[in-house]
Ligand binder design. Structure first.
Ligand code: KIV
Length: 266
């Protein structure tokens, strides 16, 4: 099945008809304009922007102000896509008012829904956001905002931790989430969770049986040739293409081949 105008019910419809969901991250107007012309179902303005766009070493550095700035740029570039915006580090752990101020800021910047990282301790706030009429996507497994507590980027839910992950997924579904990101989870565990809950799972490093897949745009476009996690498939060599274009531009400037008379005003 190709393009469809996604909304929150579209996620449930996809799950019901076993149609996989595609999601990519996007942080800026320029790439949002490109994604807007593609079949990709939805956009995640992820807090990974702290790393990809701002060069920090973790998502802990994302703030609500950064999220709002990037969301509004993405919304201007992709007016017709369903956008999910990340609630950044600690924004859901400082009380209801701070969380709801964050939700309001993201909604007014242009998201259609928010994503909240975390399990049991986020349930009350997730319920509250959902009851306020804002769709929430959960995010469990590897939770980059908790990277220090988790002790690094490790696969989650192995062995006897699988049951706990399933319970978390069920709690998130019961709290009203319309979907759940499963990050770096063994294939069998993601498959079991996807079978047992009635909302779609969107996997990253969670195998083929999740109900959808998400990748960071720059990763799938091959922007960083040194980043090669097991779960990543690259669909382009954007690093090579850009380096080559810039080197050709430089060479032609130095050789006085650019601009030509055709590219100059008389
Ligand atoms: O911030 C992000 O990019 C994410 C994806 C990895 C799911 O949360």
């Amino acid at each position: 099945m190709s393009a469809m105008a996604m909304n929150v019910h579209g996620f449930a419809k996809c799950k019901a008809s076993a149609r996989k969901i595609s999601m990519v991250t996007c942080y800026d107007y320029w790439s949002a304009q490109i994604i807007n012309k593609t079949d990709v179902d939805c956009i995640l303005v992820g807090d990974s922007l702290a790393m990809v766009m701002h060069g920090f070493d973790s998502t802990v550095h994302a703030t609500i102000e950064m999220m709002v700035m990037h969301v509004s740029a993405v919304r201007r570039g992709a007016p017709s896509k369903f956008i999910i915006g990340d609630m950044p580090f600690l924004s859901c752990s400082k009380g209801l008012e701070v969380a709801m101020d964050g939700v309001q800021a993201l909604m007014q910047a242009g998201v259609n829904s928010v994503k909240v990282e975390g399990d049991a301790h986020q349930i009350p706030i997730i319920r509250h956001i959902v009851e306020a009429g804002v769709p929430v996507m959960g995010h469990i497994g590897l939770m980059p905002q908790s990277i220090h507590g988790l002790g690094g980027h490790k696969v989650q839910g192995r062995g006897d931790k699988a049951e706990r992950l399933l319970m978390s997924a069920m709690e998130l579904a019961n709290a009203g989430c319309f979907g759940i990101v499963l990050e770096c989870v063994p294939t069998e565990v993601a498959a079991c969770i996807s079978q047992k809950i009635d909302i779609p799972t969107i996997g990253i490093g969670a195998g083929p049986q999740a109900d959808g897949q998400v990748l960071v745009l720059q990763d799938l476009l091959g922007a960083n040739p040194d980043f090669k996690p097991k779960f990543l498939r690259t669909y382009a060599d954007s690093h090579g293409v850009v380096v080559d274009a810039l080197n050709r531009f430089h060479a032609e400037v130095v050789a006085e081949e650019f601009p030509s008379s055709k590219e100059s005003y008389r």
